[in-house]
Design a protein around this ligand. Structure first.
Ligand code: SF4
Length: 348
């Protein structure tokens, strides 16, 4: 049984709506040097192409806030400034054009500093995410009590554009915390398991925790934290949403497992086709259009290749060092392995 989604306030982050029934969106965090605008811009674009709706950049000092502003000018998606301890970085990030902040007001000093940040954020329409992690709680606090304490500090200043996250590194604690939080606040919730690990364990832990919560109607944005490239986090996050029909279907490439007959790089070409198709889907989605998704097959040889090609819109069937390209079940031409993915895309 699908639960009804918890009703939360609506936030506007740049052009993105969060909460209030808006589609659940995928976030990630850039890992490039916060002072290297070119590297950050390139990484943000790769994340957007992978399907990220929002990218967070760390802002450890005022110079990094200036760099964030430079990156924002070229970014296809809104950017969140991640601030710890120094309220001057928050003010500089708002001034530079950050679309949102991630900041815990209890960690930036006294009331005057909180007021300064809350007033600047309100004046610019910049929402703030309060983000509490299991590893940084004060004595006697729980994830939820800590998060609500920070929320209250902002609300006491008349600031209400707040999202909240309460991330632990284990699944059960994370799920329990978000369930409690969903009952106690109408702030949009950003879901994640913190320090989830490398690709395989991190993907499994995040999928289990986020899957339970999303199916219960909890969660407005998600991040899959992996010790890996941020683009890979985004792809896992999107697949979690797709598996629960919370995002439109993505690229689906049928490919054979390969065997001793294989004389072409099926694994590499299938992955290349899938990635290129995902980029195309994200581009089309950002432009507001819809791409009708083709059925694509990448097969190793003529044993099963022509059969799969008949059921696919576009297919590659491996031969000796080259592929035969099929369109709507008919063989069209031979293509070298290095050009195979491009040949598929040219048929879309
Ligand atoms: Fe092997 Fe050909 Fe089957 Fe692929 S399609 S698994 S290469 S027999």
């Amino acid at each position: 049984m699908m639960f009804t989604r918890f009703q939360t306030r609506t936030l506007r982050v740049g052009g993105l709506l969060i909460g209030g029934g808006a589609p659940v969106s995928v976030q990630t965090m850039a890992t490039a040097d916060p002072h290297d605008a070119a590297a950050l811009s390139a990484q943000v674009v790769r994340c957007a192409e992978a399907g990220a709706a929002l990218v967070r950049l760390t802002v450890p000092d005022v110079e990094a806030a200036r760099v964030l502003g430079e990156v924002r000018g070229k970014s296809p998606v809104p950017l969140v400034a991640d601030i710890h301890f120094d309220f001057r970085c928050a003010l500089a990030a708002i001034e530079a054009g950050a679309d949102a902040l991630r900041l815990n007001p209890g960690n930036i000093g006294g009331r005057e500093r909180i007021q300064a940040v809350a007033h600047a954020a309100k004046a610019r329409g910049v929402p703030i995410r309060v983000g509490v992690n299991g590893g940084s709680l004060e004595k006697g606090e729980t994830l939820v009590s800590s998060a609500l304490k920070h929320v209250k500090l902002l609300e006491d200043e008349g600031f209400r554009d707040i999202a909240v996250s309460v991330k632990a590194s284990d699944v059960r604690r994370t799920v329990a915390a978000y369930r409690e939080l969903a009952e106690r606040t109408d702030c949009p919730l950003h879901l994640g398991v913190t320090e989830a690990g490398t690709f395989l364990p991190g993907t499994v832990r995040s999928s289990v925790a986020l899957g339970i919560l999303l199916e219960e109607g909890i969660g407005d944005t998600i991040r899959v934290s992996l010790t890996d490239e941020p683009e890979r986090e985004v792809r896992v996050g999107l697949e979690i949403l797709r598996s629960l029909e919370l995002a439109p279907p993505g690229a689906s490439v049928t490919s054979c497992p390969t065997c001793g007959r294989t004389r072409v790089d099926v694994k590499g070409v299938a992955a290349e086709v899938e990635e290129a198709l995902e980029r195309r889907i994200a581009e089309v989605a950002r432009s507001g259009r819809r791409l009708s998704l083709p059925r694509i097959a990448v097969m190793g040889c003529a044993v099963n290749g022509p059969g799969e090609a008949k059921g696919a819109d576009i297919a590659l069937c491996g031969g000796n060092g080259e592929f035969l390209l099929y369109v709507h079940g008919r063989p069209v031409r031979k293509v070298p392995v290095a050009e195979a993915a491009a040949a598929v895309l040219s048929c879309l």
